[in-house]
Structure formats: structure tokens, C-alpha cells
Design a protein around this ligand. Structure first.
Ligand code: MLT
Length: 411
């Protein structure tokens, strides 16, 4: 009889976003006239920048002629894209990242899960709480945890609470941990990290020979010049950090799929025989074996983000969503709610009113004003009592959702 990976049985309920979709669908079926506005999952709504579309059209044409046709590309991504990324996303901020340390992929969700392939099973994992659920669930699937307790926490993981009380800044662990997941600008709280805070993490990681898995998927939404864009702006980070970036939110690529991961050649981990092994070699081996790269057409679209027109169009797109975030912040504040985030990140983190639990508030908003958000407790125990509202939607929908919520709370 074939056996299964029993670790999947340890996972609590469904993955957060499909679970929300399930509840919303049930409500929609029972209330077919309800005009539901979805500000739950952070999925973009605005069209792909024109520069990207034009590049895709040209790339499709390239595929139509034997001279320019492309078969398998390099598993790591085309050099022309990796070089543009190195220059525009890293050298511009004074970071040392070589083009061949950049691996193009089809998404940061996949990469943050897949990266576990190159690490041992005995590492101690640290995550913030609340946290993007993929970091936790992929480690559970890989067998890195014990069972889940009543608070929804898995045995064996180190949880670092981030709440309003500590200004959404995790304390460094008091024990030794091996893999540390950090996400800044933060999903779900919308908080940012200062250089000093990141320096403390890098110092900790170097002292403890740990690796930081730094998710910077929302980097493009930073407007405060003092906020670091990359972990590699921090001294010593090349010796202890892998960074994940995505075009999904930056340039509307959630359906187009393109992202990248930086694995510096200076990073090492310990083999069982005690030798130090370059992580870059392992990740390169992993990608060459299990991945055939992102399509040529999509990589050309990603490259166009770095053209003058592409840069201007992406800037407009980001401004559009951040104007939405401002509307959400202002209207919810006017309605008497306490809000965080939403200034350097497209997520507004709301304190639930009247001591409601996160899911109670979810139900209340869905049932009374037909607005969908994401319950904070879905991101971890310390997210209880909070609620995330995404700024990714049309202006019309954001304004309408805020109008309904403010009216409801004025009652
Ligand atoms: C979110 O809503 O947190 C994101 O859309 C999830 C993701 O990027 O996978």
C-alpha cells in the first residue's frame, strides 16, 4: 500500500486564502444579490504596464521565427534580465549582488517553500507571529514541526510576536535558531524595519551561524527614504541572508508569474561531515534539476519593467495602490478604528473594534456591508484581534467599501 507524507495531516484547516474564498462563496450563494467587494487576498486588479505588454507581444513574434525562436532557456533565467535586476534593484542601493547570484523564478511563494530543499531537517525555524502562512505550512509539510496546539502554534517552531505593543518589531530570539523568516515591508501588518533592526538580525544570524530568509516582495511600495529596500544594504548580510523578490505586486504579475531569489555565493551551511558547503551551488543544482525556467515571453515582460517607460508605468501603478491604501487608512480612522501599516506597504492592519475576534469581524463585515478582508488570526495567534485590508482593488471598489464601512460604524 502506498503511504503518504503524514506531515500534511498536521496542517491546520485549509490554506488561509482558499478558506476565505470558500466562506465568501457560501455567503454569495446564499445572498446572490450581495455586491461583494474583495479586499482579502492581495491580488492586483490593474492592467499590466504597457511596456510589459508590448515586450510580450514582441517576444511572441520572436517565437514565430526560426532565427529568434527560443526553446529551453537557462534554468536560472536569461542573463539580460538578471543583469538588469542586479543593476536596478541592488547596485542602485549600493548592494553587492552579482547577476549570477540572481535566480529567476515563477513566484516567491514557490521559492520560499522550495528553498527548504537545500536545508537539513534538523534546523530550528523562527517565524514572526503573525506571519505569511506559506513559511509555516511549507515547514510543516517538510516535517520540521511537531503537532499544532490549541493556539494554532506548531511544536518546535520559535514564534516571535509582532504586535502594536512592540511596534511590530520582533525581539531577537533568546535561544539559537537556524532559519529565520523576515518579511519587510511586512505582510500582513504593513510594518517596515529600520536599518538598525535589520542590522541586529544580521549580527544575530552571523553569531549563531543562522540563515535569514528575507522576503522583500513589497519592496516597491516603500516611500520613506530611510527604510531599507534590500537586506543587502545591511553590513554582513551577504554572509547570512537569502532574499526573495517578486514582480507580482510591483508590476501586476500575479497572473503572469515572475519573481527572483538572490543566493549570494558567500553563503554556506554545514554538511553532516562537518564541511562548509556553498548554498549557491545547492540552489543552482536544485533549480537545474527541478525547474526549467520562466517562459521567455514572461522574462521579456519583466525586463521591460526596467526600461524608462516601464519604470514610469510601474511608479504610477504603485502610486495608484498606495493612494488606495491612504483612502483605507483615512476612512477607517474616521470611522473610529485604529489602523497600522498602509504607508510603505499595500496592507492596512486594523485593530478589530469592540474586542471582536478576527473571524467575528470578518463575518460582520461580510454579512453587514459585504466587504471581505483577511482575519489577522489566520496569520498566527498574535494576529488575533486584528484584520488585514488589502489596497489592491479598483478605486471605485475601495471607495465604495470604505463608504459602506464608515456608514456602518457611524450607526
Ligand atoms: C496575500 O494576500 O498575502 C498575498 O497575495 C499572498 C501571496 O502573495 O501569495
Amino acid at each position: 500500500m502506498t503511504t503518504i507524507n503524514d506531515n500534511y495531516l498536521k496542517l491546520k484547516a485549509g490554506y488561509l486564502f482558499p478558506e476565505i474564498a470558500r466562506r465568501v462563496n457560501t455567503f454569495a450563494q446564499a445572498n446572490p444579490d450581495a455586491k461583494i467587494i474583495r479586499l482579502g487576498i492581495g491580488d492586483v486588479t490593474e492592467p499590466l504596464p504597457e511596456a510589459c505588454r508590448m515586450a510580450m507581444i514582441q517576444a511572441v513574434e520572436d517565437m514565430g521565427s526560426r532565427n529568434t525562436f527560443k526553446g529551453y532557456g537557462p534554468e536560472q533565467g536569461y542573463t539580460w534580465l538578471r543583469e538588469k535586476i542586479a543593476e536596478n534593484d541592488f547596485h542602485r542601493y549600493g548592494c553587492t549582488v552579482d547577476a549570477d547570484e540572481i535566480f529567476i523564478s515563477d513566484g516567491s511563494k514557490c521559492d520560499t517553500g522550495n528553498i527548504l530543499d537545500i536545508f537539513g531537517d534538523d534546523n530550528i525555524i523562527a517565524v514572526t507571529d503573525p506571519v505569511y502562512p506559506v513559511y509555516v505550512d511549507t515547514n510543516v509539510m517538510a516535517g520540521h514541526s511537531g503537532e499544532v496546539n490549541n493556539q494554532g502554534e506548531y511544536e518546535g517552531f520559535v514564534y516571535l510576536p509582532i504586535t502594536a505593543e512592540n511596534d511590530f518589531t520582533a525581539q531577537l530570539p533568546t535561544q539559537k535558531v537556524d532559519l529565520i523568516y523576515l518579511c519587510f515591508p511586512n505582510n500582513p501588518t504593513g510594518a517596515t524595519a529600520t536599518k538598525e533592526h535589520l542590522q541586529a538580525w544580521v549580527n544575530y544570524a552571523k553569531e549563531n551561524h543562522s540563515i535569514i530568509l528575507f522576503d522583500a516582495a513589497y519592496e516597491a511600495f516603500i516611500s520613506d527614504p530611510s527604510v531599507p529596500h534590500s537586506i543587502y544594504e545591511i553590513e554582513g548580510a551577504r554572509d547570512c541572508a537569502i532574499e526573495f523578490r517578486s514582480f507580482s505586486k510591483t508590476a501586476g504579475f500575479t497572473g503572469t508569474r515572475c519573481a527572483f531569489t538572490v543566493v549570494p555565493k558567500t553563503l554556506t551551511g554545514k554538511a553532516r561531515n562537518g564541511s562548509d558547503v556553498e548554498l549557491w551551488k545547492l540552489w543552482n543544482r536544485r533549480q537545474s534539476t527541478k525547474f526549467n525556467g520562466v517562459s521567455y515571453i514572461v522574462q521579456r515582460a519583466a525586463e521591460a519593467i526596467y526600461s524608462d517607460a516601464g519604470k514610469a508605468q510601474v511608479k504610477d501603478l504603485i502610486r495608484f495602490y498606495m493612494d488606495n491604501a491612504k483612502i483605507i487608512r483615512d476612512k477607517l480612522t474616521e470611522a473610529g478604528l485604529t489602523v497600522y501599516g498602509g504607508t510603505n506597504a499595500p496592507y492596512v492592519w486594523v485593530k478589530t473594534p469592540h474586542g471582536l475576534t478576527s473571524w467575528d469581524f470578518f463575518d460582520k463585515l461580510l454579512q453587514t456591508v459585504n466587504v471581505v478582508g483577511t482575519p489577522g488570526s489566520g496569520f498566527g495567534a498574535a494576529g488575533e484581534g486584528y484584520f488585514r485590508i488589502s489596497a489592491f482593488n479598483s478605486r471605485e471598489n475601495v471607495e465604495e467599501a470604505m463608504r459602506r464601512i464608515t456608514e456602518k460604524f457611524r450607526e
